[in-house]
Design a binder for this molecule. Structure first.
Ligand code: NIG
Ligand code: FE
Length: 389
């Protein structure tokens, strides 16, 4: 028995994601799991569970890896509830509201921004998210992008520089100059706090040439690549991301056969963000088509004050099952192991020896209930780094 060890016992259904063919969730029944030093030390049959300092009785419930939310914009100020209401009354979503949030974010204090990130991070944890990626992108000046990332880095290792979210109003008539600034002083100020670089590659934001230039600069500065692509219409983003070896292309709402083929022959994950389609009343991406082609699919919230103000991975799982033709097992995998793949992480998104002890105990006997009981708070307890939260 190791000091500080913790046994989670009487697990009715343990989702390990250990990747056996035919059962990607790697489900074990009547299982137990031992945590030591913040990691999974052992899993096996509850009958052979070792002794431990402390014990949590799961009472026959399901235990899952903590959700890995690989796409979130948490550093912002203000809200855009009125814009949401206008959309529900028939207005389309264009991304134009991003500039509203940029204004509010620039005017906010560090303390206000930190409080918002902390509140949303806590909200996520309560809903089972133990790993979150956090983007900048509502500062769009050298100082405001750097401070957004400095604050994001207080909450996660997976910080993403999104200086190329939109061209801010003061550069509206000279986008080339803005791209030069993003690649020059803004990247220099942001890179020390960032693991990733992202571009909103879309009509009305950045075209393929600009996106390529910005991603190349980010890569040269040591950042990994990700991309917002094909959200509002078909476009070059997905194929550009694949060509450049991006870890993930996100949204993937409007795909051609060529886009799907490119993804299928690549290591790039397709991250689907159904909260955005829900909140913009848009058609959902076709997850079934991607899965049937052999593409690795992740689910994430896209939590942001404009297009998707939800922090709930269970909500995204339910939407993916109901609206995107994913099975519950595929959706749970995409929200855990898929998110880890999108962040190129092997320490999270699975419950196997050596993984970080990030797990969810459900108030339910199986993972199916996450989609079967939509909107119901089913997260009974969360362990983050082995610590009950
Ligand atoms: O991922 N598409 C670009 N960025 C966000 C939306 C940002 C906003 O509307 O504030 C997204 O949906
Ligand atoms: Fe986004």
């Amino acid at each position: 028995m190791t000091r500080g060890s913790l046994l989670v016992d009487h697990i009715g259904e343990l989702v390990t994601n250990d990747g056996r063919d035919g059962d990607p969730l790697g489900i074990r029944r009547d299982a137990a799991l031992l945590v030591e030093d913040g990691q999974v030390a052992w899993i096996g049959s509850a009958r052979y569970a070792p002794a431990a300092d402390r014990r949590i009785d799961a009472g026959g419930a399901a235990v899952l890896p903590g959700f890995v939310d690989s796409h979130a914009h948490l550093v912002f100020a203000g809200d855009r509830a009125a814009e949401f209401a206008a959309r529900m009354a028939g207005e389309p979503y264009t991304g134009g509201g991003i500039r509203t949030t940029v204004g509010a974010t620039r005017a906010a204090s560090d303390g206000d921004l930190r409080a918002t990130v902390g509140r949303l991070r806590a909200e996520m944890l309560r809903q089972g998210t133990t790993t979150v990626e956090i983007k900048s992108g509502y500062g769009l000046t050298v100082a405001d992008e750097a401070r957004s990332l400095r604050i994001a880095a207080e909450f996660t290792e997976d910080t993403t520089f999104l200086g190329a979210h939109v061209v801010p109003a003061e550069y509206a008539d000279r986008p080339d100059d803005y791209v030069g600034m993003v690649c020059g002083p803004m990247l220099a100020a942001a890179a020390p706090y960032a693991r990733w670089i992202d571009v909103f590659c879309e009509r009305g934001a950045f075209d393929a040439d600009h996106a390529r230039a910005i991603l190349a600069c980010g890569q040269a500065a040591g950042l990994g690549l990700r991309l917002h692509a094909n959200q509002l219409g078909p476009g070059p983003g997905v194929r550009l991301g694949v060509e450049l070896g991006a870890a993930s292309v996100d949204h993937c709402t409007h795909l051609t056969d060529a886009d799907v083929d490119a993804l299928a022959g690549s290591e790039t994950v397709a991250t689907l963000l159904p909260g955005a389609e829900f909140s913009t009343r848009s058609p959902y991406p076709d997850a079934r088509r991607l899965l049937d082609a052999g593409v690795t699919v992740a689910l994430a919230t896209d939590c942001n004050p404009g297009s998707s103000y939800t922090s709930s991975m269970p909500f995204c799982v339910a939407l993916a099952v109901r609206e995107m033709r994913m099975t519950p097992a595929e959706a749970v995998w995409a929200a855990t192991a898929g998110g880890a793949a999108a962040l190129r992480r092997t320490d999270v998104g699975r419950l196997t020896p050596g993984a970080r002890a990030d797990l969810i105990i459900l108030d339910a006997p199986s993972h199916l209930h996450l989609a079967y009981r939509p909107g119901v708070p089913l997260i009974r307890q969360v362990l983050h780094n082995g610590v009950p939260r």
